[in-house]
Ligand binder design. Structure first.
Ligand SMILES: [Zn+2]
Length: 79
């Protein structure tokens, strides 16, 4: 459960960084949109990755190999 909260905190931090970039005024509208999309997609990946850890832990899902790889695979499948 602790990793889930860490993921939420990371997600909030990434969103804040994306919204408050100090150099944002120097970028074009298209560049800002790309940065927002990059941050949003990575934030979603982190959120899904941490939810995968939560599901493995809470539902006692069997994991073949490393749990980190399983969480990455689950997150990639959802993004
Ligand atoms: Zn992980």
């Amino acid at each position: 459960m602790r990793t889930f909260y860490r993921g939420i905190v990371l997600l909030i931090g990434l969103c804040a960084m994306a919204l408050q970039g100090t150099a944002a005024a120097e970028l074009s509208k298209k560049e800002r949109a790309e940065i927002r999309r990059f941050a949003a997609n990575n934030s979603l990946f982190v959120l899904y990755h941490e939810i995968a850890h939560l599901l493995v832990d809470q539902l006692n899902l069997p994991v073949l190999g490393r749990e980190e790889d399983a969480a990455d695979n689950m997150a990639t499948g959802l993004c």
